[in-house]
Design a protein around this ligand. Structure first.
Ligand SMILES: Cc1cc2nc3c(=O)[nH]c(=O)nc-3n(C[C@H](O)[C@H](O)[C@H](O)COP(=O)(O)OP(=O)(O)OC[C@H]3O[C@@H](n4cnc5c(N)ncnc54)[C@H](O)[C@@H]3O)c2cc1C
Length: 392
């Protein structure tokens, strides 16, 4: 008989795991929302799936998306000075998570994965342990549902370091070559511009990360999408005039009434396993590895860790699932989690001088610019660039 696994949450982590494991184990996804509620609901995030994540999606036979959403480059600006557009080695893609999650849930349902609609709380989570050989907590940033131990060294912030302000908009002319644009305003925050695909067609995401209480932290008390859109247009005109130039104010509007979001995240990293009443529980994705979105690594880290957990479970398929297996999963992921997290945390503060120098070199040298773009696709290279010189 196949072992049975309960996955709480059908986000990036839960979906990757369900696709990856469905042929080896009996999978049940326990999710608080139906696919229709997700499809019609509020946007949840921004997202860029880099080459390695797209390869994993292919490996696990996850749904394919239209080519039109491909992202080829990363544009970097500091203040109003354009430094460069670095080319990615492999294209990336960005599909609205409402569409991605809802479509994948339906597809998995048709492929025989069981779904249970339930908002799990700490009590019901414990009860689930009795019904499954293993529970995987993929409840995302609202989790975790189990007390996974804190990794103190990787969790230095007691409070959010940015206010996240996101809108999915029509009416913005794309940058060339097609790519993600990052504008850093020292002392104020950042803006990410991301071409994406939604159910309504292509959009441009405007994602402002405002340092709390700075002059960019102006999105307070927004009551509806209209107010949000007006405020975004004012903020872009004032702080990001190079983006404003590409906005057609006749056409500038949210892709739908739920296409905006304001949130703030306190980054927290936890050891992704624990024993509850002699039973192993593991965590995957934001529930255990929650970083600030400033480096755009959340989906990619969730996807990476889902693959490592999948490899671990298959390797231990015929053995007892206990703390030793949990440790084996953590050993596979720890170094990567550490590198992504330390790079991300370094990006939150003022950039180190040697990194500013590297960015300036990127403005003169296309190979260097391409290397910097690749930091986002392969964050271990960013970690190396940020920290190897400091250790000399
Ligand atoms: C503003 C913002 C911008 C971001 N930008 C990027 C980016 O550009 N690139 C990138 O890679 N990452 C980005 N991220 C991070 C990225 O969205 C997450 O890392 C990723 O979605 C994590 O996937 P997950 O599966 O762990 O969690 P989620 O995607 O949050 O999924 C969790 C699932 O669990 C369900 N759930 C939660 N609690 C319960 C419960 N109690 N019972 C049942 N079900 C439950 C939820 O409904 C949801 O479906 C951003 C995040 C934010 C907030």
């Amino acid at each position: 008989m196949k072992k049975n696994i309960g996955i709480i949450g059908s986000g990036i982590a839960g979906l990757h795991l369900a696709y990856a494991l469905r042929n080896e184990f009996d999978i049940t996804i326990i999710e608080r929302h139906t696919s229709e509620e997700i499809r019609k609901g509020r946007i949840m995030s921004t997202q860029v799936h880099f080459g390695s994540t797209r390869s994993r999606e292919e490996r696990f036979n996850m749904p394919k998306w239209e080519e039109q959403s491909l992202i080829e480059s990363i544009h970097i600006m500091i203040g109003n000075q354009k430094l460069f557009a670095g080319m990615l080695q492999e294209p990336a893609s960005s599909v609205d998570q409402r569409l991605y999650y809802a479509h994948s849930m339906k597809d998995l349902d048709e492929k025989g994965v069981s779904f249970r609609r339930e908002k799990v709380d700490n009590e019901s989570a414990k009860a689930l342990l009795e019904k499954f050989d293993l529970i995987i907590d993929c409840s995302g940033k609202n989790g975790p549902l189990f007390p996974f131990p804190l990794e103190t060294e990787l969790s230095p912030f007691p409070a959010p370091q940015r206010k996240c302000i996101v809108g999915y908009f029509a009416g913005i002319k794309a940058n060339e070559p097609p790519g993600v644009s990052v504008t850093v305003l020292p002392g104020l925050g950042e803006m990410f511009e991301i071409p994406s695909m939604t159910e309504q067609g292509p959009v441009t995401i405007l994602f402002i990360m405002a340092i709390p209480k700075s002059d960019l932290d102006v999105f307070k008390g927004m009551k509806n999408g209209e107010e949000f859109t007006c405020k975004m247009s004012d903020a872009v005109q004032r702080f990001f005039p190079h983006v404003y130039k590409r906005m057609d104010m006749e056409k500038f509007k949210l892709c739908d009434e739920n296409g905006y979001l304001q949130t703030a995240i306190t980054p927290v990293i936890r050891k992704p396993y624990l024993m509850v009443h002699d039973k192993l529980v593991v965590g995957c994705g934001d529930s255990v590895f929650l970083n600030d979105p400033i480096t755009g690594q959340g989906c990619n880290l969730s996807s990476f860790c889902a693959e490592q957990l999948c490899e671990t479970l298959i390797e231990w398929k015929h053995s007892k699932w206990d703390g030793e297996m949990g440790e084996s999963y953590w050993k596979r992921t720890k170094q990567y989690v550490k590198e992504v997290t330390e790079w991300t945390n370094a990006m939150i503060g003022p950039l180190p001088e040697h990194v500013v120098q590297l960015l300036m070199q990127g403005a003169q040298d296309q190979d260097k610019a391409n290397e910097i773009a690749q930091w986002f696709a392969d964050p271990t290279t960013a970690f190396e660039a940020f920290f190897s010189r400091m250790n000399v």
